[in-house]
Ligand binder design. Structure first.
Ligand code: SF4
Length: 415
């Protein structure tokens, strides 16, 4: 059967889709890149915000409308939380609960054939689930309790990826700071060191890490060059009152202290974050505290989310703020994010960075590169090959992201 897989949401979903793809290929199905050719259309859906739900529903309707598609299978967090609603979207639609998919993913983690890793940067899922129960978040209900993949299996898996030419792995999970090897009790820093020393992979990146887990041991890995100099550390709010209401397990000062540790270990580290604006108890003063903290912490990027009530969470019972007010706050913070992204990129201008060649386009003769700091740029392909490592000075005007267009380039580059 010809299968097309569409993935929404986080890196965990991406990994699970790749694992699903591996299983389908092993069973003799054909993966297609053109959705129009698909007979089976799999949607791995996310439910992290109301916007994510809308996208999944739209995706399901679209998939069901394609003439060759015989069946649309919806899985992922969205399938768990909205099974009935999604199943009602059409006769072709079947909803597969995440629990069966997660078992499949667990079974496959240690045995995923490296040939089915689609990128030079391969995601490696090390953990699933979360028990933090932040007041606004549906994920613990959708994903369940924390569980970690055995370290020995992960080392073997990474060894196979490295032997197959993968230069960089991205460790993923819902709350990877809670990693705990079920066999030895090893924590995340111990796992990372083992993957580097025994797995033999050149670059290790973390998808996201909670502030309390940015420990001295983790920062030592940055200082030693074992971890890539890019961390995504969700802030959510810069107001202690809102952090407390959200059930977050740190204060604004505690968060800032974590960034001091990171920058003491590796000063040029790019630090990106998530911020929720418009939490129901957020006052003007709370928002200003968030804005000021974001500015002071000089993030390389802020992912701004407007608060979206998720049915079944404590925060959903609170009266919402005026949507116009929330939209205005989000716009201000997004503008700040653009400014900070440019500042970070400007500070890296001309630095010799280590890049991996993600892909080479023979039509444009351009190679797309990604640095350890998660900067991205294009250069002339020359004889570059996908997966190759190289050092090259960073040029903001060649950046693949929109940082070179949102704000005028520095004068020195306007030739
Ligand atoms: S840490 Fe909080 S926001 Fe993150 S997945 Fe767990 S409950 Fe959700």
């Amino acid at each position: 059967m010809r299968v097309y897989i569409r993935t929404y949401g986080c890196k965990v979903n991406q990994v699970e889709s790749e694992e699903l793809a591996a299983r389908l290929v092993a069973e003799g199905h054909e993966l297609v890149r053109d959705e129009e050719l698909a007979q089976l259309y799999v949607i791995n859906g996310c439910t992290v915000t109301g916007e994510a739900d809308t996208k999944v529903r739209k995706g399901v309707r679209h998939a069901a409308s394609l003439s060759q598609v015989e069946q649309v299978v919806v899985t992922g967090c969205a399938a768990v939380m909205h099974a009935d609603e999604l199943a009602a979207l059409g006769e072709k639609v079947v909803v597969a609960a995440s629990s069966s998919k997660l078992n499949l993913a667990t079974d496959l983690t240690a045995t995923l054939p490296s040939a089915l890793s689609f990128h030079t940067r391969a995601p490696v899922k090390v953990q699933d689930g979360c028990e933090n129960f932040c007041s606004y978040c549906i994920v613990p209900y959708a994903r369940g309790a924390c569980r970690s993949m055995p370290m020995a299996g992960l080392v073997g898996h990474v060894e196979a990826l490295a032997a197959d030419g993968t230069q960089e792995i991205v460790l993923t999970g819902i709350n990877i700071g809670r990693y705990c090897d079920p066999e030895t009790g090893a924590d995340l820093p111990t796992l990372i060191r083992a993957l580097y020393e025994q797995g033999g992979v050149h670059r290790i990146r973390l998808s996201s890490i909670e502030p309390p887990d940015v420990t001295k041991a983790l920062c030592n890995l940055l200082a030693e060059g074992i971890l890539c100099e890019h961390l995504h550390i969700p802030l959510q709010s810069g107001s202690d009152a809102v952090l407390k209401a959200m059930g977050r397990r740190y204060t604004a000062a505690g968060y800032a202290a974590a960034l001091v540790r990171v920058r003491a270990a590796a000063p040029q580290t790019a630090i990106s974050t998530d911020v929720i604006v418009g939490y129901p108890t957020e006052t003007d003063a709370d928002f200003e505290a968030t804005y000021d903290l974001c500015k002071a912490l000089a993030f390389s990027k802020i992912h701004v989310f407007r608060f979206s009530p998720r049915t079944g969470t404590p925060a959903a019972a609170l009266p919402p703020l005026d949507p116009h007010l929330v939209a205005a706050r989000a716009a201000r913070l997004r503008e700040l994010s653009s400014e900070l992204a440019v500042s970070y990129a400007q500070a890296q201008m001309g630095r010799m960075l280590e890049w991996v060649v993600e892909r080479v386009d023979p039509v444009t003769d351009q190679a797309t590169l990604t640095s350890r700091e998660h900067l991205s740029m294009r250069i002339s392909a020359a004889d570059r090959i996908t997966g190759e490592l190289l050092t090259h000075p960073f040029d903001m005007m060649r950046s693949v992201s929109n940082i070179s267009t949102e704000i005028p380039a520095p004068r020195s580059l306007e030739a």
